[in-house]
Design a protein around this ligand. Structure first.
Ligand code: ACO
Length: 334
């Protein structure tokens, strides 16, 4: 059986920085509240008039990843795209990457697993490589949140958290079984779907209703029971990291770098504390980008790699928890 390893990384975020101070002009909030509760200082939001979308940003990140892998678009066998903010209700963004990058007619799928999206996407790509079906799979996480948020005081509990951005990697076949993705561990608990959700549009609630209820109906905006989600996140993060390490006969002492989904700095710090990790063993960048959902892990992984924080042979652990609920981890020997 083959193994798979990351051979190229890239990320793209819009230039437009939105600070906490900027948000106070839209809603009743404060820099102090946001920093204290989430660690976020600023995020990137696609400005009005920009052509960026989840697919367009994903394509920009993908071009960098492919080039850094020393490949061309024609070497890519398959596309896996993770997002909760697709350009269209259907089709998914994966096919748009095939078109934007002018690739041959390779297959493309979308992963709909929100904050766990990148972990699920990487694991999916890993299976295609391990079975020998594909040699190089492009894996993308990208989110255009800002256009779908309730930017009034009514939506402040959700909208201050989210940022726009994209990250991508190329996952390639390797015959070295000691390197690359060692294992992945995926979970879900659908009974909590409505704790973190966008209820509309849906097949249940379709277009005529949107226009009928637009001023009063908040079901078109993300809803989150923040405290409930927080409590589950810290338990599931810890569990799934231990599950992954144990499956590979490893412990937290073996861990060189943990890259958590950037949901909230307090969640990352709580998990760091529970796992007894030093500051050098964890990488966070939510302070600068907010929560970019399916893009957050791959943006952080790329940034950490660009800063030289990941060396050959390092044990890198990725883990995420989010809407669904879904959660998962990926254990990588770099
Ligand atoms: N500015 C000022 N005040 C605010 C804001 C804001 N932006 N938002 C909420 N408040 C107020 C509330 O109205 C409330 O006021 P009240 O006590 O008078 O009713 C008070 O602040 C406390 O609100 P809480 O929601 O209890 O605040 P909490 O400490 O729980 O923090 C947060 C909220 C940051 C959302 C936190 O719960 C959290 O991070 N939860 C987990 C998020 C997460 O992990 N999501 C998963 C990934 S996302 C995905 O999958 C798409």
């Amino acid at each position: 059986m083959y193994n798979s390893k990351i051979t190229g990384l890239g990320f793209y975020v819009p230039d437009n920085i939105v600070t906490n101070e900027d948000l106070t002009k839209m809603m009743d909030t404060s820099d102090e509240w946001i920093q204290e509760r989430t660690g976020i200082k600023e995020r990137r939001w696609i400005p009005e008039g920009s052509e960026d979308t989840s697919a367009v940003m994903g394509a920009k990140a993908a071009r960098i990843a492919i080039e850094r892998a020393g490949l061309t678009k024609d070497d890519i066998d398959f596309i896996v795209f993770a997002t909760l903010s697709p350009d269209y209700y259907f089709p998914g963004c994966g096919v748009m990457i095939q078109d934007l990058l002018e690739m041959p007619t390779v297959g493309a799928i979308d992963i709909r697993n929100q904050c766990s999206g990148f972990v699920y996407a990487l694991s999916t790509a890993d299976q295609f490589i391990k079975t020998g079906m594909y040699k190089n799979v492009l894996v993308i996480g990208s989110e255009y949140h800002s256009n779908g948020l309730d930017k009034t005081t009514r939506g402040r509990g959700v909208s201050v958290i989210f940022g726009d951005g994209a990250g991508a990697c190329v996952l390639s076949r390797t015959e070295d079984n000691n390197k690359g993705i060692l294992s992945s561990h995926l979970h879900s608990e659908g009974k909590y779907a409505e704790k973190l959700t966008v209820l509309s549009p849906s097949i249940k609630k379709w277009v005529p209703e949107i226009f009928k209820n637009i001023d009063t109906d908040v079901s078109y905006f993300p809803y989150m029971d923040g405290t409930f989600v927080f409590k589950h996140a810290i338990v599931r993060f810890t569990e799934v990291i231990h599950e992954g390490l144990k499956a590979n006969n490893l412990t937290t002492d073996d861990l060189d770098l943990f890259i958590p989904h950037q949901a909230n700095l307090r969640i990352s710090q709580f998990v760091q504390h529970k796992l007894k990790l030093s500051d050098d063993q964890i990488y966070n960048n939510i302070m600068s980008y907010g929560n970019t959902t399916a893009a957050s892990i791959i943006i952080a992984l790329t940034e950490a790699w660009e800063k030289g924080k990941i060396k050959d042979d390092d044990l890198v652990v990725l883990a995420a928890f989010g809407s669904g609920f879904t959660w998962g981890s990926v254990i990588i020997r770099w």
